[in-house]
Design a protein. Structure first.
Lengths: 112, 112
DNA sequence: CAAATATACCTAATTTTCTTATGCATAAAA
DNA sequence: TTTTATGCATAAGAAAATTAGGTATATTTG
């Protein structure tokens, strides 16, 4: 039941935000963290996550570091300097969107 | 400058919300209303709007009424009964998304 | 009066960003 | 031993935008 719809365009912002708070994370870890943070409301699918990570890396916002744990390979991502700046922009944009859409969904009556 | 990004998936919710408050509206009017409501922050492009209106109509959520004003044709849309219900669902979904994403962007520290 | 802007609709090509469905591999649990 | 969990990946397809046109009338501006 439930499971909030992921509005297209918000995923990479979520990734940048997670990495800003955790220094380095690997893909699978992100899917689990989002489940925790949202009490299961939001599920990041791997089909969406991995291509998004690759794109952020190609754009120079993330850098990669491989690590073997329990004989399984993990691909750790962390923010580059450009990624740190991009995160600020994206969060700002997301917050502006939320304010903006609340101006439509919960319009304040004009004064006067 | 500015102009908030429209997260993909939110447009039809905006349309349903506008029609719930204005009984009937035509496309061009919606683009202007959104500009007003958001102080120019959000611009609904016609390339996005018209296909979205057609889809909502095809899905049975909107009905159409033509009207000629000043020798120009207007296509007024209004909610059907199904559309009125759909509006409730979509607004709910959007608000759940906003709460959910704020749980990620502004996570509350766990108690204890 | 001519040109630009505003009003009003539309669509087609392309791009972005998902979902769904796979595939591979190792480890732990049932 | 089969399922679930961990961990990566991609490919086909769908959804929903952007961008860039097109048509037509009315109004404003230089």
């Amino acid at each position: 039941m439930s499971n909030s719809k992921l509005y297209k365009g918000s995923l990479s912002t979520i990734i940048l935000k997670l990495l800003a708070e955790n220094n380095k994370m690997y893909g699978y870890e992100m899917t689990q963290r989002v489940k925790e943070l949202t009490q299961g409301e939001l599920t990041i699918t791997e089909g969406a996550l991995y291509p998004a990570l690759h794109k952020l890396e190609a754009d120079g916002f993330l850098e990669v570091e491989m690590q073997k744990v329990d004989n399984r390979l993990r691909k750790y991502y962390k923010l580059t300097q450009a990624g740190t700046q991009e995160r600020v922009n994206r969060i700002e944009e997301l917050e502006r969107f939320i304010e903006t859409i609340q101006g439509i969904v919960n319009p304040k009556p004009s004064l006067g």
